[in-house]
Design a protein around this ligand. Structure first.
Ligand code: ATP
Ligand code: MG
Length: 357
């Protein structure tokens, strides 16, 4: 019997709604496998918790999470609490404390979905973006000067360290080795950002030399964004800095069928600390409480979590279940042009997974 401990943080808005469906799928996996057990503990650390306690999680929150095998997150954010609190006091401390320096975002056009790209004949869209998750453009360094004068200015420093670049690029290559196309594409902008990006390029080149069996391409971020649309079939593993990766993965979510589908993993590759899996989308306050959110991004995040736990077969089974429901086309949430509820969609996928087996 294989036991895993899972810290579940449903969060705010549609987070708890989609998490509920995700957990049904996880239960189905336990039933099918027989030898797998997930001990899930739920934590109500969200914006409501903040309004009651003045903090997003208890003082020893990170210490509590540290001992879990994995963390499953819904989404965080509510209008009563500014983003810089909800994000900076919950998600970022978790990513930082647990050295989740890889943000992994698969971009895959699922069977059964319409997409402008599929109409162009791209059946085989299946790549992954590795986004640097701890440094780069999203540093807290900089400041503003001369406010209220004609000389007013703002400076934001990019921080790139050799250690930080090396570890994420190495991860990209180790991932490419396990994939079919054996290709790494690195995003740069060394013609415009002339200190940090040439540094990034140099390190990519050094690591590329150590992996002659992997093909390496380096594109400027502007061209690369266009290629996501015009030749997405070319990509296998795309590695990018924090900001570039952020933008590329929203674009990737769009070409993969929308935010309601897109999953992500915040990975600690050394497995010293727990990794965290969450949908790319936020708490979507506009549809929260209506029961109409698409739970697929959350369910797919659980499939990613199982892949991380090296339960490949179970991970695949979930993805297959999602695809079969999409192919059948009868049960779809509003974002996919249907009128099914979150619960109907979650239960249909769960049923399908149980039946397929
Ligand atoms: P955040 O700042 O937390 O990222 P946001 O306002 O930028 O939040 P999201 O919460 O990601 O945006 O949502 C953007 C839009 O996409 C929402 O208005 C919502 O209608 C739609 N959306 C997001 N997730 C889903 C989902 N799971 N199902 C259906 N629609 C969704
Ligand atoms: Mg957003």
């Amino acid at each position: 019997m294989q036991h895993y401990s899972v810290a579940v943080i449903p969060g705010d808005g549609i987070g708890p709604e989609v998490m509920q469906e995700g957990l049904k799928v996880l239960e189905a996996i336990e039933n099918i496998h027989g030898g797998l057990r997930f001990a899930c503990d739920q934590f109500d650390w969200n914006c409501n918790y903040y309004l009651r306690h003045g903090r997003m999680m208890p003082e020893n929150g990170l210490n509590i999470l540290k001992d879990y095998d994995v963390i499953l997150l819904g989404s965080i954010g509510a209008k009563e609490v500014p983003d810089h609190i909800s994000v900076w006091e919950l998600i970022l401390p978790i990513r930082r404390a647990f050295q989740q320096y890889v943000n992994l975002r698969p971009i895959k056009l699922l069977r059964g979905l319409e997409s402008p790209l599929r109409n162009k004949g791209y059946e085989d869209l299946d790549f992954v973006v590795v986004r640097e998750n701890t440094e780069g453009e999203y540093s807290n360094m900089g400041g503003r000067l001369h406010e209220g004068t004609p000389y007013e200015l703002a400076v934001q420093n990019n921080v790139f360290t050799r250690h930080g670049i090396e570890r994420v690029v190495k991860y990209a290559y180790s991932l490419a080795k396990r994939r079919r196309k054996k290709r790494v594409t690195a995003a740069t902008k060394s013609n415009g950002i002339n200190h940090s990006m040439p540094f990034w390029d140099e390190i990519v080149k050094e690591i590329a030399t150590e992996h002659p069996e992997i093909e390496t391409n380096v594109y400027h971020i502007d061209a690369l964004s266009a290629y996501f649309i015009t030749k997405p079939e070319e990509f296998d593993v795309v590695v990018a800095s924090n900001l570039f990766g952020d933008i590329l993965t929203d674009l990737g979510a769009a070409i993969g069928g929308g935010l309601g589908l897109a999953p992500s993993g915040n990975i600690n590759p050394e497995r010293i600390y727990p990794s965290m899996f969450e949908p790319i989308h936020g708490s979507a306050p506009d549809i929260a409480g209506k029961g109409i959110a698409n739970p697929i991004a959350q369910i797919w995040s659980i499939s990613l979590m199982l892949e991380h736990l090296q339960q490949m077969e179970m991970s695949q089974l979930i993805l297959q279940g999602i695809e079969e429901v999409l192919c059948e086309g009868k049960v779809r949430t509003a974002d996919l042009g249907g009128n099914a509820s979150t619960i109907e969609m979650g239960e249909e996928i769960t049923k399908r997974i149980l039946r397929e087996h």
